[in-house]
Design a binder for this molecule. Structure first.
Ligand SMILES: [Zn+2]
Length: 159
């Protein structure tokens, strides 16, 4: 395979530990993946299978770490959830300036917010879950009856 960058040299295939900086974190190494390198220019092309599964693994490692989340990790988790800065602000019930301060490491994310973020990732909240947050923001408090039905040993909302 010819290098798509310089279109001159033939790419050389190796297997090595790859520093996966593309994810925005400086701490992730992919062990023994196939990497194609151009001997003519500086082009390096890693072959990363199942990127979605990889990002799941990174996200879960982050939310399970006992130390506080660092700014680039907050950015990673926000993107993992598929959220823009505005989405993040809306879902965390705070303003965009606050988000920006966390993501640039200017202000430490307070513990309740950090727990909320970890919880959102843990429960696999994605952008389509908006309506639940929308409901939480509504000013009107209304009693909603809950109908639960046992379905194969699991309690589920009755249809
Ligand atoms: Zn090249």
């Amino acid at each position: 395979m010819k290098c798509p960058n310089c279109e001159k040299a033939e790419l050389a295939k190796t297997r090595e530990n790859y520093h996966y900086q593309e994810c925005g974190l400086s701490t992730v190494t992919l062990v023994g993946i196939v990497v194609r390198k151009c001997p003519g220019c500086s082009n390096v092309m890693p072959r990363i299978p199942n990127i979605e599964g990889l990002h799941d693994a990174i996200a879960h490692a982050l939310i399970n770490k006992p130390e506080r989340l660092l700014a680039p990790e907050i950015v990673f988790l926000r993107k993992y959830l598929g959220w823009s800065g505005a989405d993040f602000a809306r879902n965390m019930h705070c303003d965009r300036a606050q988000i920006s301060k966390w993501e640039h490491g200017k202000v430490e994310m307070s513990k309740p917010y950090e727990l909320l973020l970890r919880e959102m990732v843990a429960s696999g909240k994605k952008i389509e879950d908006y309506h639940r947050h929308e409901a939480a923001r509504k000013k009107v408090f209304k009693t909603r009856s809950l109908m639960l039905q046992l379905q194969e040993k699991n309690w589920k909302e009755a249809e």
